[in-house]
Each structure stands twice: as C-alpha cells, then as structure tokens.
Ligand binder design. Sequence first.
Ligand SMILES: Nc1nc2c(ncn2[C@@H]2O[C@H](COP(=O)(O)OP(=O)(O)O)[C@@H](O)[C@H]2O)c(=O)[nH]1
Ligand SMILES: [Mg+2]
Length: 250
Amino acid sequence: MCSTCGCGNTEELLIDGKTAIAKDHHHEEFQSKVVSLEKDILSKNDHQAHHNREHFDSHGLISFNLVSSPGSGKTTILEKTLQELGRENNCYVIEGDQQTDLDAERIKATGTSVVQINTGKACHLDAEMIHKAFHRFEKIDPGFLFIENVGNLVCPALFDLGEHSRVVIMSVTEGEDKPLKYPDMFSSADVCLINKIDLLPYLKFDMDIAMRNVLRTNSKMKFFEVSAESGEGLDNWIASLKDKISEPIT
Ligand SMILES: Nc1nc2c(ncn2[C@@H]2O[C@H](COP(=O)(O)OP(=O)(O)O)[C@@H](O)[C@H]2O)c(=O)[nH]1
Ligand SMILES: [Mg+2]
C-alpha cells in the first residue's frame, strides 16, 4: 500500500467478471474517512503545485512531468533529448525514484544539472517534494525543467507537480491496452511518446489500436512515435520542445 496517498485502501473484488464492493457499515465509514483524507492531501498538493508553476514561470522555465510504467524509457529518452537540446538551451532535471540515484548519475553524465528525490515507500512525486528539490539547484537560468516521475501508471496521475506539460510514455512492449486499463494517466497528459518502435518488427503491437485507445481517454493527445535506442522520431519531439521556447507559457 502507498503510505502517502493510501491508494491500497479501495477494495473492489471481481467475481465472475462483475465488480463487487464490500458494503458493511465499517467499510463505508472507513471509505468516507479515506475520501476526505485524500481530498485534503490533493487540495494541499494543488495549492503547492500552483505555487511551483508561478515559481517556474518567474525563472523562465518550461516544465515537463514525465510519467510511465517502470522501464518504458523515460531516462533513456531524457538522455537523448538533453544531448541535443542541452547544446543551446539551459536544461534542469529532477529525478524521482523510490530508491537509488542511478538515474541521476545517467543524467549527470550528459552534463545536465540534476537533483535526485528518493520517495522511499511513496509511489509518486508530489508538489512539496518538487518545491524542496527545486531549491537545491545552485543557479537557474531560463530554459527547460524535466521531472522524471516514479515509474507507476496509477498514483502520479493524481498529483500536479506544477508542470506546464505532462508527457506520458508508453512503450510498444507494454501492449495496446494500457491506456484503457490506466485511463487517468492518459487523460491527465497532453503529450504521448510511444517508445521502442525499433522493436515493432518483433512484436504484435498494433500502433493504430494503441493510438485509438489513447484517444478514447484523451481526444486531444499529441503523439510522437520514437525510439530512444535508434533515435528515430526524436527529432520531431525535440523540435516540439524548441518550439515551446518561442511560445508564451500558458
Ligand atoms: N529497444 C529499445 N530499448 C529501449 C528503448 N528505450 C529504452 N530502452 C531500454 O529499456 C530499458 C529501460 O529504460 P529506462 O530509460 O531506464 O526506463 P525508465 O524506467 O522509464 O526510466 C533499458 O534497458 C533501456 O536501454 C528503445 O527505444 N528501444
Ligand atoms: Mg528512469
């Protein structure tokens, strides 16, 4: 169970394909306490996220929250993106993982300023963690801030970090059905990178079905088909980032 958002508290049983929820008195009382606690946590988070966004704006930073299941390629995409984007732009990265600074080390190797957050038992980053991490950068100039969230398609959907854009990454090895199974993550994002397209010849993955499934949760989603391994498609993604520098921050 997640120690922060209490996400393990909802009990739904699937019996013969139908959802059955235990309805005894104690359960309902417990559920209403959980709901009010969650509302409290989320409204505090939204308040802090609003503050973070103002802070990023005042520093001239465009911020991205990268979310995905573990292993979809968030760090590899970031490494490749920073190698190109970092040539002419200031880039900053906040790394989120339950344990280790392995990803921060990978980002540091690209020459980018990076701060690692270890969330311990928690399965997502929240706005307060980002606020504290942001103050650990020695110097901030206008440019790009990338936040790599904890690998998890569930809880990070609930927590606004103050980002300007939420980027969900799904890789072709995960199957086309993930947007249907984890709709909150896809409906809360505005950009979807479909990664590992170099592996398509070896898989049954159907790109049209995958995109249709994403669009069912979010009809406005903007797609990039990429391979962080071969570099295919990354130029379009990076060009879209460069375009943002000339757009007013919304
Ligand atoms: N074939 C292939 N492997 C990839 C690609 N992107 C990432 N990987 C591999 O997938 C694994 C997980 O990548 P990583 O970036 O650490 O994922 P994260 O957990 O989302 O940060 C690593 O072994 C990467 O080398 C890709 O485009 N194609
Ligand atoms: Mg990673």
